[in-house]
Design a protein around this ligand. Structure first.
Ligand SMILES: [Zn+2]
Length: 61
């Protein structure tokens, strides 16, 4: 009986996830892209916050 309840709960979670993905396509990838989109120095790979050029003379990718 308890196993059945857990199974139904899991199925409901999967359904919610599927519906959420269908309603908001690309919502999660956008968040990941935003994080990856932080400017990084093309020479040394340091994160550049507030500037476009790095201390080492490199430029943001
Ligand atoms: Zn650099």
């Amino acid at each position: 009986m308890l196993f059945k309840i857990i199974l139904v709960f899991l199925l409901a979670m999967v359904l919610i996830a599927l519906v959420g993905r269908a309603l908001f396509p690309g919502a999660l990838p956008r968040v990941i892209r935003k994080r990856k989109g932080a400017p990084v120095c093309g020479t040394c790979g340091r994160y550049l916050i507030g500037t476009k050029t790095c201390d080492c003379g490199g430029k943001a990718k």
